[in-house]
Write a new protein. Structure first.
Length: 116
């Protein structure tokens, strides 16, 4: 199983980025997908989640109204649209595949830096 994140980069405060996570090697459409982030010196924190068919999404409070998670099961890809970015959004964003009856999978992450 493999998860490959992309779309990170350097952006100014108030800007936007769209992250992608391409999955392979497992039945993507049966997995809940989640985004986490890890800032230097801080613990990994939950960002957003989406159920296997995309019917339900969830967000950490600081991301509500700014971030949108979506998925395309035909492309085995999950996305994270990030708007109104703040310096505190800086970190490595990691994709996670979660299935209650199986192991979790993690990507290597993509760096997001919000700075002027």
């Amino acid at each position: 199983a493999q998860l490959v994140e992309s779309g990170g980069g350097l952006v100014q405060p108030g800007g936007s980025l769209r992250l992608s996570c391409a999955a392979s090697g497992f039945t993507f459409s049966t997995y809940m997908m989640r985004w986490y982030r890890q800032a230097p010196g801080k613990e990994r924190e939950f960002v957003a989640s989406i159920t296997s068919r995309g019917r339900t999404t969830g967000y950490a409070d600081p991301m509500k109204g700014r971030f949108t998670i979506s998925r395309d099961n035909a492309k085995n890809t999950v996305y994270l649209q990030m708007n109104s970015l703040k310096p505190e959004d800086t970190g490595v964003y990691l994709c996670n595949a979660h299935y209650i009856l199986g192991p979790d999978y993690w990507g290597q992450g993509t760096q997001v830096t919000v700075s002027s």
